[in-house]
Design a protein around this ligand. Structure first.
Ligand code: PMP
Length: 406
């Protein structure tokens, strides 16, 4: 692999030049949302300046340019995830994508006596839609538990794949623990038992090579704003057979072929699920983000973040009373922690005054926090544009605020 000039890469992100409270910003909240490189901002800006029109409607020149740009972005994202373009539904993010599966796949198929299997580490976006569908259909929710280090208990997970389980909804990477789940093997086991798999790739696609075709799942959801793209973008990949068989989620323009008062013929392929005017400029930006990330190389990004994770973990563990939540051998650069005798919101508030942005709270994962036995944690989540110097400054700031709070 060619060496990457990480200082130059960091220079691609204008926001990282900022100061906060008079200190250089240390942005350690990538798991919440990622910062945007200049090329993404420029692509979105250029769309509005030069090509803005609605898609798939007007015959005029701008209409074709907008449609080409939007469909071009779908191609880029499809290449990035190694899937077919006509199996990729563009939408506002993972939350929308999972709700789409819940309502279009789950609601018509599930019934009393069926079970939906989720894991203890899911984000609310991969719990609540299933609860809503369970209430409507009479299906039940089953939970696969974790090992003490925050990895999945695979024996328990496989044992939980009983004949009543119709669907497994699972994070590729945990947004709290950082655990990277072995989704390929899990999907193989599920498939053997006829269980449909939904992978929440929110925290995976921005940080490692994701080859959906190789994973062998049925559905895979990504959110653009964590992948250097604009907010309100993302996609659901669905197997062709599901795209064909599932009824639409929302009704409206764009998703139809013909509407009559005695019946409507829906569009085919992903467009059947894209009702209304989409976030065109945002997805053009997401297409640029895919090119940008692919240009650096996702394997390079993963290696860079692993080095940052190792450095941060080593230095943080030298702080007395600091406890890490999530120590699985395969984990992404998401570091949840607490310091004995301090409250995580106080830590985050004082860190902010030092220029450090971390998240504190329950990270949209209440059941996981209940299992951890803590009310809240602090979470430092890193990206390839962070530096080893920032880690040292963060750890120094952590020692300082710990002294203030002790
Ligand atoms: N799942 C996981 C694992 C996440 O980390 C997030 C974002 N915090 C989501 C789902 C929801 O993503 P979005 O809000 O972009 O739909």
């Amino acid at each position: 692999d060619r060496p990457i000039d990480w200082a130059a890469v960091r220079g691609d992100f204008p926001l990282l030049q900022r100061q906060v409270h008079g200190k250089p910003l240390i942005y350690f909240d990538a798991a919440n949302t990622g910062q945007k490189p200049e090329v993404v901002i420029a692509a979105t800006d250029d769309f509005y300046r030069r090509h803005n029109a609605n898609v798939s409607r007007a015959v005029h020149a701008l209409g074709s340019e907008a449609t080409e740009a939007y469909e071009g972005a779908r191609d880029k994202l499809a290449r990035f995830l190694n899937v077919r373009t006509d199996e990729l539904i563009l939408c506002s993010g993972t939350t929308f994508a999972i709700n789409l599966v819940a309502y279009s796949w789950g609601l018509p198929r599930l019934k009393a006596g069926d079970a939906i299997l989720v894991t203890r580490m899911e984000h609310h976006a991969n719990i609540v839609p299933w609860q809503l569908i369970a209430q409507r259909t009479g299906a039940t929710i089953k939970v696969a538990e974790l090992q003490p280090d925050g990895s999945l208990d695979l024996d328990a997970l496989h044992a939980a794949m009983t004949p009543d389980v119709k669907l497994l909804a699972l994070a590729h990477v945990s947004n709290v623990l950082g655990t990277i789940n072995p989704v390929t093997g899990i999907c193989r086991e599920a498939r053997k038992r006829g269980i449909v798999t939904v992978i929440d790739g929110s925290q995976a696609a921005p940080h490692m090579p994701v080859d959906i075709a190789a994973i062998g799942c049925d559905f895979y959801a990504v959110t653009g704003h964590k992948m250097s793209g604009p907010t309100g973008t993302g996609a659901l990949w669905a197997r062709r057979e599901h795209i064909n068989a599932m009824p639409p989620f929302l009704g409206g323009g764009e998703m139809i072929k013909e509407v009559r008062f005695d019946g409507t013929v829906f569009n085919e392929g992903p467009h059947k699920f894209e009702a209304g005017t989409p976030n065109i400029a945002g997805h053009v930006g997401l297409g640029a983000a895919c090119d940008y990330l692919a240009g650096i190389g996702m394997a390079n990004i993963a290696a860079r973040e692993q080095a940052l994770l190792a450095h941060a973990t080593e230095e943080m563990l030298k702080i007395d009373g600091l406890r890490l939540y999530g120590t699985a051998p395969h984990k992404a650069a998401v570091i949840s922690f607490a310091i004995a005798g301090t409250h995580s919101h106080d830590l985050a508030t004082l860190l902010d005054l030092e220029g450090v942005a971390v998240r504190s709270g329950q990270h949209c994962a209440h059941p996981l926090l209940q299992w951890l036995g803590v009310g809240t944690t602090c979470r430092a989540s890193l990206a390839f544009y962070n530096t080893h110097e920032e880690i040292d400054a963060f750890v120094a700031a952590l020692r300082k605020v710990k002294r203030l709070l002790a």
